[in-house]
Design a protein around this ligand. Structure first.
Ligand SMILES: [Zn+2]
Length: 432
């Protein structure tokens, strides 16, 4: 979403997205933007959040007068209070998605350090005590929490609220915080006992390592793209859109690459909204150099190491779907001797330590083989490989389906895996 869009347009686009992602109900939630003149642009009170358009938005002037076809959101007082106390924040998002609400009902805040990406996006989560919705008192307790430096806050018996320098940043934090809530619920279901102590988080030094992983490849100016490159760019953009639609990626998580030839590949760019990626956004990497003027994802060295070591691999995807992430944040093994589809596509899944996953690309590439085409990075996510984009995507989708079934099995009864004879039969029927 371009930042030069009018605040009305930005509010309408992001509200649609929040509704369509299942993060709000028809009537719940609100968004605002503070413009350079000190006006607050805000979603209206009431109204169908799935249908709001740019003309429905309300402008609240600094003197308190309102312009627009509706009344401003009844939660205007807390938006105002936050902007007053935190001048660096220019956009706010608020909603009541069920996983975050579950935490707010248990008077807890999700730990966003469970995954490196969510830790970077959200930071430490604040917690604001209950006060009457729409009241000045609620505005004051929320603003006090933001004043402590938090940008993502759980509201007791209410929901969540996030803020940023842009509306996209506030949305990303909303999505990331609720994502953590969903992962933690699945992880605790997996652990059955609901023991948070068994859910791991990387330490500060590890997170720092991940955050500092700049691509650090030299730049070069490539020749104009040929027909094959143009086709692969389109396929890569299409697979990322499909992954977003299937909730295998979201606005801020998920990386995909595809091999162009022996010495080059295309990869998704760093820190861009995945759902909006186009063929032209993909970054060409050739001979250890990346296309000038574009920034490859920070995992680019890992992709490069895999393509260099494995001539038969032509696609790599790293993603954090919610059920797979439940395994990534707990010490639970990810069994694949379950149903034929899981075993045939995933084979065995080695676990990789956080620091290795992000810091030692050659060592990670070494773990990949025909018997181990998929790896699980602790507090990092799943890496799948394939002989083409579709095979890698299929493995990712099968991994998430398998993980979801395994988490649900924990509720139903004991997992009864396939026996050794059945696995040998599968190996003979589906050789590598
Ligand atoms: Zn609310």
């Amino acid at each position: 979403m371009p930042q030069n869009q009018h605040p009305r347009e930005q509010l309408a686009t992001i509200m649609q997205r929040i509704y369509q992602s299942g993060l709000t109900t028809l009537s719940g939630g609100n968004l605002s933007i503070l413009d350079a003149q000190g006006n607050i642009w805000i979603t209206p009170a009431g109204g169908d959040k799935g249908q709001l358009t740019a003309v429905d938005m309300v402008c609240v002037r600094a003197d308190g007068t309102c312009e627009g076809p509706h009344r401003p959101s009844s939660e205007l007082p807390f938006h105002r209070a936050i902007y007053r106390r935190r001048p660096d924040l220019r956009a706010i998002a608020h909603a009541h998605p069920p996983a975050s609400v579950a935490f707010s009902l248990a008077h807890q805040a999700p730990d966003t350090r469970i995954l490196a990406e969510t830790a970077l996006v959200c930071g430490e989560v604040g917690y604001a005590p209950y006060a009457l919705t729409g009241s000045q008192a609620l505005g004051e307790v929320i603003a006090a929490t933001f004043t402590q430096g938090h940008n993502s806050v759980i509201l007791e018996n209410h929901g969540l609220i996030t803020a940023g320098e842009t509306l996209l940043e506030a949305f990303r934090r909303l999505e990331a915080l609720d994502f953590c809530a969903r992962v933690l619920i699945r992880a605790r279901t997996l652990l059955k006992a609901g023991a948070p102590a068994e859910i791991g988080t990387p330490d500060e030094a590890c997170l720092h390592l991940m955050a500092s992983l700049a691509p650090a490849l030299p730049e070069y100016a490539p020749e104009p793209a040929n027909g094959r490159e143009l086709a692969l760019r389109r396929q890569l953009a299409a697979i990322v859109r499909r992954a977003c639609a299937r909730e295998l990626m979201n606005s801020f998580m998920g990386v995909a690459s595809v091999r162009l030839d022996a010495d080059s590949f295309l990869i998704t760019p760093a820190d861009q909204d995945r759902q909006a990626l186009t063929a032209a956004d993909m970054v060409l990497v050739r001979g250890g150099q990346h296309q000038a003027g574009k920034w490859p994802d920070r995992s680019v060295r890992l992709h490069q190491a895999i393509y260099t070591q494995h001539a038969n691999i032509s696609s790599v995807i790293i993603a954090q779907p919610v059920n797979v992430s439940a395994f990534a944040v707990t010490a639970q093994p990810f069994p694949t001797h379950t149903i034929p589809e899981s075993y045939i596509l995933l084979r065995e899944i080695p676990r990789v330590a956080f620091a290795t996953f992000y810091g030692e690309p050659e060592a990670v590439a070494n773990l990949i083989s025909p018997q181990t085409p998929v790896l699980l990075g602790e507090n990092a996510g799943m890496l799948v490989t394939g002989r083409n984009l579709l095979q890698a995507f299929d493995r990712l989708e099968v991994a998430e389906f398998s993980a979801r079934a395994l988490v649900d099995t924990a509720v139903i009864g004991q997992l009864m895996p396939l026996g050794a004879a059945a696995i040998q039969e599968l190996q003979a029927a589906f050789p590598l």
